[in-house]
Design a protein around this ligand. Structure first.
Ligand code: FMN
Length: 140
């Protein structure tokens, strides 16, 4: 099964989560801001992202807008934040416009300054990897 993990990050949580998931799924984690972050015939695309001022990073939104939906069957969204308010997050809308099936979504506890300091911790990251593996195995 073809699987790719992508992330956009400001403080490194999404990178850690993406790398842990990639290791579990024997895939590679790519930062969307890098040129090599391309999709080709993916059965599963895992997207890891934080939110800032209620929104995802503009570079991730741009990357998703440019995504060739014909190259991705299923997507799994792993979001991390302090408040878990995703009203302004457009990932699902964009994927749906492109005909990509949402295979799952998970919320990971993030932190900001003193709020929820130390999160995501090892356990949070492991839980995200467990969930990704569960979804991956269902699609196999
Ligand atoms: C500049 C900044 C703005 C943030 N704004 C929000 C926000 O509006 N709502 C929220 O729930 N979390 C907010 N957070 C918390 C992050 O979404 C959370 O820590 C996430 O895990 C960060 O992911 P990253 O380390 O991959 O950048 C903010 C964090 C930073 C650094």
């Amino acid at each position: 099964m073809n699987c790719k993990v992508v992330y956009a990050t400001m403080t490194g949580h999404s990178r850690k989560i993406a790398e842990s998931i990639a290791e579990r799924l024997e895939a590679v984690a790519y930062n969307v801001k890098n040129q090599d972050c391309e999709v080709m015939n993916e059965d599963l695309l895992v997207i890891c992202a934080g939110i800032y001022g209620g929104k995802i990073k503009p570079e991730l939104e741009a990357w998703l807008e440019n995504l060739d939906g014909g190259q991705v069957k299923n997507a799994l969204i792993i979001m991390s934040s302090v408040s878990h308010n995703y009203e302004q997050v457009r990932i699902k809308d964009i994927l749906s416009e492109k005909g990509v099936t949402l295979a799952g979504e998970k919320d990971v506890q993030g932190s900001f300054l003193f709020m929820k300091f130390g999160r995501p911790n090892k356990n949070d990251i492991n839980e995200a990897a467990d969930y990704a593996e569960e979804i991956y195995n269902k699609l196999k």
